[in-house]
Design a protein around this ligand. Structure first.
Ligand code: PPE
Length: 309
């Protein structure tokens, strides 16, 4: 779901900058060629009202891993960018919301292989349910995209790179214009891989299944959290590819992502999934995930970076 963004301040190249002044040049290399790496992180307020960022270290680690893949030299340390996320939340008095760090090649030279100075921004904004409140509760309707997820040697799947979202954009727009809430992309061998901005899970006969990390998927941090929670709940897990029709025949399906959280899928390609509502295992994992992000589950407190607004 797209939202209009306005905040007080954006962290840009080491300084908190008024929203209106957080600008780049039209000849910014990344604007032309798409080589930027970014993250999507959420902060949640606990039941007692204490705010914390969820898995901040892992997200910043992935940002640096993404940069490494493109040989992008980060002008800041991971610790500095973790602090930048917290500082930006505080500057915007946000006790709950979405955090978007972005590292990109600035202006100077053009030409595909030009290596300009790397700029880094961190923006924050309030962001409710990504695929609607209704979707989070009842499940969404999804469509297999006519666009395939790019082959692992076409895009670098371990990186969260802006250019890769051209593929996501095409799939997401196609699904939305067709009246669906989200697209599910097949990989180039025809196996379901992930959504335009989420990882994909199915449940069949009590077993939780998701495509393995060797497939064309982003190594989702929510995917990892859900797998850890499922393991702790004693749920059997298979990290294996499954076919498009086994998705149709699943007892339950859901998608995970920082923005999408744990969103049930109630229909795919006009086929009802299970009973056409959020299934019992989906509900259980969703509740456990929300408990974890809000600090209500002691064993996952290590995932939280508390801060004060
Ligand atoms: N796959 C893709 C393609 C993806 O973009 C995301 C996150 C995931 C899987 C799940 O990753 P993780 O957030 O680490 O669990 N998508 C981000 C961008 C959403 C947007 O519209 O922008 C997000 O959820 O923040």
């Amino acid at each position: 779901m797209a939202i209009k963004i306005k905040s007080d301040a954006i962290w840009l190249d080491g300084k908190l900058t008024p929203f209106e002044d957080s600008k780049v040049h039209v000849l910014t290399h990344t604007l032309h060629y798409g080589v930027a790496v970014f993250e999507g992180i959420r902060a949640y307020r606990s039941a007692e009202g204490r705010p914390a960022v969820f898995r901040l270290k892992e997200h910043i680690r992935r940002l640096f891993d993404s940069a490494h893949i493109y040989m992008m030299e980060m002008p800041f340390t991971p610790e500095q960018l973790e602090q930048a996320c917290i500082d930006t939340l505080r500057a915007n008095k946000l006790a709950e919301g979405y955090i978007r760090p972005l590292a990109f090649y600035g202006a100077g030279s053009l030409g595909v292989g030009a290596v300009n100075p790397v700029q880094v921004a961190v923006a924050v904004w309030p962001w409710g349910a990504y695929l609607s409140e209704e979707g989070l509760k009842r499940g969404i309707r999804a469509k297999i995209s006519s666009y395939a997820r790019m082959h692992v040697n076409v895009q670098m799947v371990r990186s969260k790179c802006s250019g890769q979202y051209v593929n996501s954009f095409l799939a997401n727009r196609e699904a939305a214009l067709g009246g669906f809430e989200e697209a599910i992309l097949l990989d180039t061998d025809g196996y379901p891989s992930e959504g335009s901005g989420e990882n994909l899970f199915i449940v069949k006969n009590g077993v939780l299944q998701t495509p393995p990390l060797s497939s064309a998927i982003l190594e989702g941090i929510t995917r990892d959290s859900v797998l850890r929670i499922a393991r702790d709940l004693g749920i059997p897990i298979k990290e294996e590819k499954f076919t498009r029709d086994s998705l149709y025949l699943a007892d339950e399906a859901f998608m995970t992502g920082t923005a999408a959280e744990v969103t049930p899928v109630r229909e795919v390609d006009h086929r009802t999934i299970g009973k056409g509502e959020a299934g019992p295992m989906t509900k259980k994992l969703q509740a456990a995930y929300f408990a974890a992000v809000k600090g209500a589950e002691p064993r996952y407190l290590e995932w939280l970076s508390p801060y004060q607004v």
